[in-house]
Design a protein around this ligand. Structure first.
Ligand code: AMP
Length: 280
């Protein structure tokens, strides 16, 4: 496994890689969610490249950029075990040299849900992904369903800008009690960790209601909200039942839908979602 720190070195190496090249962009501090993306990339490609970069431009003022958990040594050991070929770990200066002033925006889908709560978050995500795609030139890139809106937005950018790669979305990996794995779960104290189950319980309720034939999105949002409000440590940021492709809020669930939410448990903001579509 080669650890590469500069764009120049990465480009030089890129010319010699066996095709197809699978790429997994991450901010590190790995859990099984990250590793499932890496495993799928390993299965489907001759070469696997993983990037680890805590991207400052996707954190808003007052968010957790400084405190975001980091453990490069452990991350590299885990990637070595997954037989990853190349790990790209650029510095902040390498990605954003002084004078950097170019940004990519995707209109519409970025304005809702996470975009409404976290101004400029997606501009940072989209721009860093575009840069990473340009540097690594992957055949396929792998994203988690856990960050459903991110996956929708990246797919839109790739389609709109005719980028030459395929985006694969991988199912959410959960703890045994249903909590979606996240690097941010480490912020939770034991009491908060217990309370955090409420996100998955609310999403499971949404799925049960929908499977039982409920099509009224308002009714489902209302049931989810009431359930979360019973948890004293939880504060709702949003509860959404939206079109799975455009992320526009739905009145009636008459097409593939995404039930998603953002909830603060103490100081930690958690997100999760389930798809309401297909064979139920
Ligand atoms: P992050 O390091 O948090 O930026 O995540 C890197 C990638 O891993 C993103 O595409 C995430 O959607 C994905 N990911 C994070 N948590 C999970 C999870 N629990 N299950 C599946 N994928 C995940």
């Amino acid at each position: 496994m080669q650890v590469v720190k500069t764009v120049t070195e990465m480009r030089k190496l890129r010319r010699q890689l066996n095709e197809p090249v699978g790429f997994v962009p991450t901010m590190g501090y790995f859990h099984e969610g990250h590793l499932s993306l890496v495993r799928q990339a390993r299965k489907e490609n001759s070469t696997v490249v993983v990037s680890i970069f805590v991207n400052p431009t996707q954190f808003g003022p007052g968010e957790d950029f400084q405190d975001y958990p980091r453990d490069l040594e452990r991350d590299l050991e885990l990637l070595e075990r997954e037989k990853v070929d190349i790990v790209f770990v650029p510095s902040e200066e390498e990605m954003y040299p002084s004078g950097f002033s170019s940004w990519i925006d995707v209109e519409g889908v970025t304005e809702r849900l996470e975009g409404a709560s976290r101004l400029e978050h997606f501009r940072g995500v989209i721009t860093v992904c575009a840069k990473l795609f340009n540097i690594i030139q992957p055949t396929r890139a792998y994203f988690g369903q856990k960050d459903a809106q991110q996956a929708v937005v990246i797919k839109k950018m790739v389609a709109d800008l005719s980028m030459n790669l395929e985006i694969t979305v991988v199912s959410t990996i959960r703890e045994s009690d249903g909590l979606a794995m996240s690097s941010r779960n480490t912020y939770l104290n034991p009491e908060e960790r217990q309370a955090a189950i409420v996100l998955f319980r609310a999403l499971s309720l949404a799925r049960e209601l929908w499977q039982g034939g409920e099509k009224d999105a308002d009714k489902i949002r209302h049931e989810m909200t009431s359930l979360i409000q019973k948890e004293p440590l939880a504060r709702i940021d949003y509860v959404s039942i939206a079109d799975a492709n455009t992320l526009e809020e739905l009145k009636a669930i008459n097409r593939p839908a995404l039930a998603s939410l953002a909830v603060r448990i103490g100081k930690t903001r958690l997100i999760d979602n389930v798809l309401l579509k297909g064979g139920k």
